[in-house]
Write a protein that binds this ligand. Sequence first.
Ligand SMILES: [Zn+2]
Length: 147
Amino acid sequence: MSEERAAYTNSTQKWLSVDPAQIRLSERLKNQLGWKEWVIDVAVRAEFRCEYCDKNLIASVDSYREWQHDHIIPKRVRSENQDDIDNLALSCRLCNVNFKGKWDPGHDLPDGASREELIQAVRKYVANKRTRTMKEVVRVRDAVFGD
Ligand SMILES: [Zn+2]
């Protein structure tokens, strides 16, 4: 086993369920869809939802086409261990590209912050961006429908 593979295996042991139903789900995704192991691990861990806004990414064609994988700590900041599954989050395109972008959630947190703490920081950041965008939508609606 290569060093990379060993690190990946150790990393996934932090979250992988021993729930037989989840193990069967992972097997189906591998056998029926041919998904790569890391894609399965990220998707199953997130329960197929954007980890930043909870959008169900298998609910519709539109949401499915938003399926992306975000580097929680951006690649430019964390050049090492880019493929560490703990630094990957299932994300919709809107959260990944439009709202989070290259923002680094580790910037305002102490070194060694947990994955959960980083995810919570991104969720808050994305929610603030969403609120600001909603204010813009309301202004546009007022202009369109106002008299
Ligand atoms: Zn999202």
